[in-house]
Design a protein around this ligand. Structure first.
Ligand SMILES: Cc1cn([C@H]2C[C@H](O)[C@@H](COP(=O)(O)OP(=O)(O)OP(=O)(O)O)O2)c(=O)[nH]c1=O
Length: 212
């Protein structure tokens, strides 16, 4: 975790000065809604392809900052009026390999097959940045959850991949959906697996003086 020198923004989030969630993920929106934080949504996309030789930590750090840059680059009155910007990226890490979103049903099947009967990690990195034109990161943090899949037959793996549920999800599954049937245990933050670690985000917002 890194922290900027002067973490306190000073002014609390409000309806007039909301948090700008720069994400197209409906799961992140739902988690933030549950936290009762005033926010607006302005999706910002970044290049999420992996690079040769890049490990999980470097990949997530790069993608999260790219999402923050994209949010600032979008500009506009929504950004100017926002109290801060929140971005996040979720990846499934299996034995050091980064599993992002599958490109096809076959790729989804291969991802589920490699995770079956084993424990992997789900990493979500989030960043809270300034909403000013000057930009800057106020808080960055990576939260890791360990997820154990039960042993799965080839037929079950194929059927789940064909359901299509995992196509827009890291690691090709959704623990909050039909994918619950694949998961024997979750060690750590559940919301982190779904895309945003609720407790850690709330604590960070509190520490920055953005929520009471
Ligand atoms: C492992 C897992 C991932 N996911 C989701 C969380 C993330 O939304 C998604 C990973 O893709 P991300 O690139 O982290 O997020 P996104 O493309 O959905 O949204 P944006 O980049 O605009 O913020 O996978 C689940 O919903 N359930 C799960 O069990």
């Amino acid at each position: 975790m890194t922290r900027a020198e002067s973490p306190v923004v000073g002014q609390r989030l409000s309806a007039e000065r909301p948090l700008l969630l720069a994400s197209g993920s409906p799961r992140r929106r739902e988690i933030l809604e549950n936290l009762r934080v005033p926010f607006i949504v302005r999706p910002a996309s970044a290049d999420e392809s992996t690079r040769d030789g890049e490990d999980a930590a470097a990949y997530l750090a790069r993608v999260v900052l790219a999402k923050l840059d994209a949010a600032w680059a979008a500009g506009g009155s929504a950004l100017e009026n926002a109290g801060a910007v929140l971005v996040a990226d979720t990846s499934v890490i299996d034995e050091g390999a980064i599993l992002g979103k599958p490109g096809s049903i076959d790729e989804a099947e291969a991802m589920i097959a490699r995770l079956a009967g084993k424990t992997h990690e789900v990493w979500t990195r989030f960043a809270i940045g300034r909403a000013s034109a000057a930009g800057g990161t106020l808080h960055e943090q990576t939260v890791v959850t360990r997820v154990t899949f039960r042993p799965l037959t080839a037929a079950r793996i194929r059927a789940y991949a064909e359901s299509g549920e995992g196509m827009d999800k890291a690691g090709a599954y959704a623990v909050q959906g039909l994918g619950a049937g694949l998961v024997a245990r979750v060690d750590g933050s559940y919301s982190n697996v779904v895309g945003l670690p609720a407790c850690e985000v709330l604590v960070a917002l509190e520490e920055l003086g953005l929520v009471p």
